[in-house]
Design a protein around this ligand. Structure first.
Ligand code: SF4
Ligand code: F3S
Ligand code: FES
Length: 240
């Protein structure tokens, strides 16, 4: 199969604005991933193409891109899903939206990571551990309450598909709320009050308009909008 790749290119050292690069690839398999195709462009056609990737197996979260208008991981997106039955499909690839483009498909992730850090995404418990030397125990039911939100790989597919984030980058965003949820709902954690201050402020969860783009975009199939609703409920009722 032949595939036409349209890739959004931008080199701040040379270009005054972004432009579309068109690349034709032959002998593409329906089972190739978008990352396979991008690697072919970089290795066989134009070595200056800049993209971020690492594991190639949906684990590291580094290759989130806007593919045919929807956020996804390049390494988890098969050509067969995008070809629509066409013998020579065109696949359009852009950097994720709402973050500054550094070069080509690479964006500045620092504002996203700042939001992540703002919710204190680590276990907080300053009480002495159990005297018998055992770990802090938790029932299976309590563990299940935050199981879904432990799966996040910080790829940013959710936050950069959210219209509220596009409108105002100060919005903490769905990924950070997912991280807050993971610890707020952990019965062993004692940092909920501080996290709720962050997600309950002007740029917190109330900026979410229940758009669901985040849930559709999440490659880990986390119920992101549901997690946000659960954090809103804690803020509204005071009950976890
Ligand atoms: Fe990525 Fe899903 Fe985590 Fe958002 S919640 S950063 S889409 S893994
Ligand atoms: Fe945005 Fe997701 Fe809410 S896309 S508006 S954070 S449901
Ligand atoms: Fe690691 Fe795609 S390269 S998630």
């Amino acid at each position: 199969m032949q595939v036409n790749l349209r890739i959004r290119r931008f080199n701040p050292e040379k270009d005054s604005k972004a432009w579309w690069g068109d690349y034709t690839l032959d002998d593409v398999s329906r089972n190739d991933t978008v990352l396979d195709l991008l690697n072919r462009v970089k290795w066989e056609i134009d070595g200056t193409l800049a993209l971020r990737r690492s594991c190639a197996h949906g684990v590291c979260g580094s290759d989130a891109l806007r593919i045919n208008g929807a956020n996804a991981l390049a390494c988890k997106t098969l050509v067969s899903r995008l070809s629509g039955g066409s013998a020579a499909p065109t696949i359009q690839i852009e950097p994720i939206l709402g973050l500054r483009v550094i070069k080509d498909l690479i964006v500045d992730m620092e504002p996203f990571m700042d939001h992540y850090r703002s919710v204190l995404p680590y276990f907080i418990n300053d009480s002495p551990p159990p005297a018998d030397g055992r770990e802090r125990l938790q029932s299976q039911e309590d563990r299940a309450r935050f199981d879904d939100t432990t799966k996040c790989i910080l790829c940013a597919c959710c936050t950069t598909s959210c219209p509220s984030f596009w409108a105002n980058e100060k919005y903490v965003g769905p990924a950070a709320i997912v991280q807050a949820h993971r610890f707020i709902y952990d019965s062993r954690d004692e940092g909920a009050e501080d996290r709720l201050k962050v997600v309950g402020d002007t740029f917190g969860v109330w900026r979410c308009r229940t758009n669901f783009n985040c849930t559709s975009a999440c490659p880990r199939e986390i119920e992101v909008t549901k997690a946000i609703a659960e954090v809103k409920k804690v803020l509204a009722t005071g009950e976890i």
